[in-house]
Design a protein around this ligand. Structure first.
Ligand SMILES: Cc1cc2nc3c(=O)[nH]c(=O)nc-3n(C[C@H](O)[C@H](O)[C@H](O)COP(=O)(O)O)c2cc1C
Length: 200
């Protein structure tokens, strides 16, 4: 049995490109593994709040000292982290928004990047705590970033890889539907991306 965590971040619902590509990844996973449990974390249905002082104070103080408000915050953050811990496979939909990830996904990482849960520091420096997981990134963009002059503008895929790598998730495959705003490319980009999906 495989536990799949499906993270959705596009605020667009009906016409979202990344949802289309992410769903295609999920379908291929279902084809490969007969027995899967899929947990959907739609960050637009239940947005993670932007970090406020009370959140940071909660994350950096012992549970015994928490106020009732902080207990709720801690429970919520730990719930998000538990979904990551339980997953064998993580599928994250990561459309390019202003050269980076949607704010929904950024806020999610602020609540899941917690020492003692997803990473720790020891004498060797930072160590990821989420090991032996597979990550699939479904990336979509108007422009092209995998090659050409805009490659260095990509603060999306390298960032998502960095975050998950910091958590210990090093086995990553990226599927890209790029050039979705470029006539001559946009017509076939999604189909090519879907055809490129290999579940290993
Ligand atoms: C708010 C916003 C910002 C965007 N910024 C970029 C960008 O910086 N670079 C780019 O190539 N495309 C950009 N796009 C285009 C999207 O990356 C592209 O349409 C993507 O497939 C959208 O995915 P979605 O439909 O799942 O939201 C942007 C689109 C939106 C709505």
């Amino acid at each position: 049995m495989k536990n799949i965590l499906h993270i959705i971040s596009s605020p667009r619902v009906g016409i979202s490109d990344s949802r289309k590509l992410g769903n295609a990844v999920i379908e291929k996973i279902q084809e490969k593994y007969s027995d899967v449990v899929i947990k959907e974390r739609d960050l637009t249905k239940n947005p993670v709040p932007f970090l406020e002082e009370v959140h940071i104070n909660t994350f950096f103080s012992p549970a015994e000292s928490h106020s009732p408000e902080q207990e709720e915050i801690n429970k919520y953050s730990q719930g998000l982290i538990a979904e990551l811990q339980e997953a064998d496979i993580i599928v994250v939909e990561s459309p390019m928004y202003n050269f980076s990830v949607p704010a929904t996904l950024r806020a999610y990482f602020d609540f899941t990047s917690r020492a003692g849960y997803t990473f720790k520091y020891d004498e060797n420096g930072p160590q990821g705590l989420l090991n032996d997981k597979k990550l699939y990134i479904a990336f979509t963009s108007g422009n092209i970033y995998s090659e050409g002059p805009y490659q260095s503008n990509d603060s999306n895929v390298p960032y998502v890889k960095n975050i998950f790598g910091f958590y210990g998730v090093k086995d990553v495959s990226v599927f890209r539907a790029e050039g979705l705003a470029i006539p001559g490319i946009q017509e076939t980009s999604m189909e090519k991306a879907i055809n490129s999906i290999v579940i290993d």
